[in-house]
Design a binder for this molecule. Structure first.
Ligand code: 8YV
Length: 332
C-alpha cells in the first residue's frame, strides 16, 4: 500500500506554482480565501496536521503549540523571521521549526535602500504633488529640497545577510558604512564594505546620519531602539526599519519626530501590525515619515523561492533527514 501523504496545513494563499507543488507532494490544506487564521483555527490545525506552514500573521505561541496533536512534527515557516513562533517551546515538544533564509535578502535590501532614499529626498511627498488636487506651479530652485545621501554615515543595526546586502548597496550610493552587531563580521567582508564596527550601539547612534534596523526581533532586541537610545540620535538623523516593528519603541520614535528631535523615518514594519500608530500616519501626511505596509520582501520571485524552500524543508524532513533551514532555540 502506498504511504499516506502527510497532512500539511498552509495558513495563507501562496503563489500558484507553490500551491500546485504542495498539492502534488502532500495532502495540502490550502487557504483559498487568504484570511488570517484565528487562534482557534490554528489550534485546530496543529491538533490534526503533520506539518503547519505559518506566516508572520500567525502567532504560534505556547497556547497554540501546547494543543499540538501526536502527528504534529514540523512548523515550516513561510518567512525568515521566526518571532511569530515560540521556537524554544516547540523544541521542548519535539517539534522542529524551519524558516526560509537567503531568498529574500536582495529584495529586502533593495527596499531598505528605497526607504533610505525616500525619506531624505522627499520621494512620496514629491510624488503626491502631481496626483493631488492642486496643479503643480512648476520648478523652483528652492522648492522641495531634501538632503544629500552621498557622504553621509549609515549605521546598520544587525550585519547579517540583509544588513550586509544593504551595506553593499549603500557603498555604491557613497554612504559611509558603520554597523553594530553581536560580533564583528569576517575581516574580508568588513574590508570589502569599508565598514566600521561599533561594539557600543549607544556610541554609534550618536554619530549617525541614517540608522537602518536589520536585525531579527528576539527578546534581546525588543525595543532595542528605546526612548533613551532614540534620544542619542542627532536631531537631523533618519531611522529606517524593514526588520520588525518591535525593535523600535514606536511611540517614542513618533514623539521625537513630532518634537523636531529627529528628522524623519522610513518604516515598512510596525509594532502592532496590521494596526499602524496614528501618530505615524499623521507624520506621514506631514511628509516627515514614509510608511509601507510590510512589503520589504514582496516580489513574486521571492515568494516563489520562499515556497520552494518550505517544500524542500518539508520533503527532507519527511524523508527522515535534517531539513536545511532548521531553526534552533540557541540561534535566537
Ligand atoms: C515576509 C519577513 O513577508 O520573512 C520575513 O521575516 O518579514 C517577510 O518579508 C513574512 O515574514 C512572511 O511570513
Amino acid at each position: 500500500m502506498p504511504k499516506k501523504k502527510p497532512l500539511v496545513v498552509v495558513t495563507r494563499r501562496l503563489p500558484n506554482s507553490v500551491e500546485t507543488r504542495l498539492r502534488e507532494l502532500f495532502d495540502a490544506r490550502l487557504n483559498d480565501e487568504d484570511r488570517a487564521m484565528s487562534q482557534a483555527e490554528l489550534i485546530e490545525a496543529v491538533k490534526s496536521a503533520d506539518v503547519i506552514v505559518p506566516t508572520v500573521t500567525d502567532r504560534l505561541d505556547e497556547a497554540v503549540i501546547s494543543q499540538a496533536g501526536e502527528r504534529m512534527k514540523l512548523i515550516a515557516n513561510f518567512g525568515n523571521g521566526v518571532d511569530n513562533i515560540d521556537v524554544a517551546y516547540a523544541a521542548k515538544r519535539g517539534i522542529t521549526v524551519t524558516n526560509t533564509p537567503g531568498v529574500l535578502t536582495e529584495d529586502s535590501a533593495d527596499m531598505t535602500m528605497a526607504l533610505i532614499l525616500a525619506v531624505p529626498r522627499r520621494l512620496t511627498e514629491g510624488a503626491t504633488v502631481l496626483t493631488g488636487t492642486k496643479d503643480w506651479s512648476g520648478w523652483s530652485p528652492t522648492w522641495m529640497l531634501g538632503h544629500r545621501i552621498s557622504g553621509k554615515r549609515l549605521g546598520i543595526i544587525g550585519m547579517g545577510r540583509i544588513g550586509s546586502a544593504v551595506a553593499k548597496r549603500a557603498r555604491a550610493f557613497g554612504l559611509q558604512v558603520h554597523y553594530h552587531n553581536r560580533r564583528p563580521v569576517a575581516p574580508d567582508l568588513e574590508e570589502a564594505l569599508e565598514a566600521t564596527y561599533w561594539e557600543s550601539l549607544d556610541q554609534m547612534l550618536a554619530r549617525m546620519d541614517i540608522v537602518s534596523v536589520n536585525c531579527p526581533h528576539t527578546p534581546a532586541t525588543y525595543h532595542l531602539l528605546s526612548a533613551r537610545r532614540l534620544k542619542l540620535l542627532k536631531n537631523d538623523a533618519y531611522v529606517v526599519n524593514i526588520a520588525r516593528g518591535e525593535v523600535i519603541d514606536e511611540n517614542a520614535l513618533a514623539k521625537q519626530i513630532e518634537a523636531g528631535e529627529l528628522a524623519g523615518a522610513g518604516l515598512d514594519v510596525f509594532e502592532h501590525e496590521p494596526a499602524v500608530n496614528p501618530r505615524l500616519v499623521k507624520l506621514a501626511r506631514a511628509g516627515k515619515v514614509v510608511l509601507l505596509p510590510h512589503m520589504g520582501s514582496a516580489t513574486i520571485e521571492g515568494r516563489v523561492e520562499m515556497g520552494e524552500k518550505v517544500i524542500v524543508n518539508i520533503k527532507v524532513f519527511m524523508d527522515g533527514h535534517r531539513p536545511p533551514d532548521r531553526v534552533l532555540p540557541a540561534q535566537l
